[in-house]
Design a binder for this molecule. Structure first.
Ligand SMILES: [Zn+2]
Length: 414
């Protein structure tokens, strides 16, 4: 996620009224085993006893810096930013905007109402863009912003039963190669799969394979573009740790990788960190790449991120392209400068695929709001604001938003 402008602490802060609530100490979702009988109402578990497959996708999950400070084992708060010298400064900004945070919070706290949504939908696979290094490394890279979460805090990811973290982004190497290697090892020990970064090129390029019921598989490729702020020298190479950098003309190579791997019934996701933090424009290169990945490479879902707010969604050849999923968890509360984008409003994306037919059958979104580093269901007014804004952008791409129950919305196309 972000570049220097993102972390600019402003003098004017949001002044939204907030109701203080006890930290969300929710029990972790009791996710049923694939193929097990549904525990709730039939409509609550759409894929049980069906051949459909639902993915939970979201944008940037930044659990470092200010968020790391409110968890039980905070890192040394010293920062190397020109506008803030302590990560505690971001906690203060959030508290000034929305009220005190009961520190330390438990590991499930940050997910708030998202846990109940995950339990309602019971997606088969949960994928996030982890926008931070997970390390004790002190080898900070001079780039203006360095995100770091203590390895002891990795239970904040497993609390939401995340399956896979994509790592090809502009923060995974913020604390040097040692920070990246520790990130990979920490996530592996926690049984979290990763894609998009590695100890060498082969590991960085390799997809994460998630095995599901009835020999179903999801293959997740993760790429990062320099347009998101990834320094070009972060590219993994032979014997060199780094990220899977998206290079021009890569579609053919990706197509060859996908063809080698894809079996009938597999779902292939291309997760891409691309483009700037702010603005709704979708560059032609992104559309061409996304179409190429679907048409030439056989990708089933394009999961785009880097924008701090949700962007338009296209359905091309019955496959969804999420151009920008927005932030999902961050420590940007109370930072002035981009209020018109409302990046406190975030979305959970539930994408249901018919793997046999190779097409999307449903795309549902749940709006939430970040407050005190925790996700709350968005108010009716906020949900409507986000739906109207996103509908405006989707209309440019030939899709529409339809109202669902409880302020959720679904994508319409065709
Ligand atoms: Zn980023």
């Amino acid at each position: 996620m972000l570049h220097a402008t993102d972390a600019r602490p402003g003098h004017g802060t949001f002044s939204r009224a907030s109701t203080l609530a006890a930290p969300g100490i929710l029990a972790g979702p009791t996710r049923s085993k694939p193929g097990a009988p549904a525990g709730g109402r039939a409509s609550d578990a759409p894929n049980q006893n069906s051949n459909l497959l639902t993915l939970f996708l979201c944008g940037d999950v930044m659990t470092g810096r200010g968020v790391d400070q409110v968890l039980p084992h905070p890192s040394d708060p010293r920062l190397h930013e020109s506008f803030m010298d302590s990560a505690l400064g971001y906690v203060e900004l959030a508290e000034r905007a929305h009220g005190p945070i009961a520190r330390p919070v438990d590991f499930a706290y940050i997910w708030g109402d998202a846990l109940a949504e995950l339990e309602r939908v019971r997606p088969d696979v949960r994928i996030i863009n982890l926008e931070t290094s997970v390390t004790r490394s002190e080898d900070w890279v001079r780039k203006g912003i360095n995100y770091r979460m203590r390895p002891e805090h990795v239970p904040c990811l497993t609390a939401a039963k995340i399956d896979c973290c994509v790592l090809a982004n502009n923060h995974v190497l913020d604390w040097g190669t040692s920070g990246l290697v520790e990130t990979l090892e920490t996530l592996r020990k926690a049984n979290l799969k990763t894609a998009g970064a590695g100890r060498d090129r082969a590991e960085a390029e390799a997809p994460a394979i998630i095995e599901l019921f009835r020999e179903r598989r999801v293959a997740l490729f993760s790429f990062g573009s320099v347009t998101s702020g990834i320094p070009p020298d972060w590219a993994a190479a032979e014997g060199k740790p780094g990220v899977n950098l998206l290079e021009a003309g890569r579609v053919r190579k990706i197509a060859a990788s996908v063809k080698r791997l894809k079996r009938s019934g597999d779902v292939v996701v291309a997760s891409i960190h691309w483009g700037p933090n702010w603005g709704y424009e979708i560059p032609r290169e992104q559309t061409e790449l996304a179409h190429g990945l679907i048409y030439e490479a056989g990708v089933d879902v394009v999961h785009g991120h880097s924008s701090h707010h949700p962007k338009g969604i296209e359905v091309y050849r019955e496959k969804p392209i999420l151009y920008g999923c927005g932030d999902f968890l961050d420590d940007n509360e109370g930072i002035a400068g981009y209020e018109q984008f409302r990046n406190d409003l975030v979305l959970m994306y539930f994408v249901t695929i018919d793997p046999a037919a190779g097409r999307v059958v449903r795309l549902e979104m749940t709006p939430l709001r970040i407050e005190r580093f925790q996700l709350d269901r968005a108010s009716e007014v906020d949900a409507r604001w986000l739906r109207d804004r996103l509908a405006r952008e989707c209309a440019k791409l030939g899709t529409r938003l339809e109202e669902g129950a409880d302020d959720r919305f679904t994508l319409g196309w065709g």
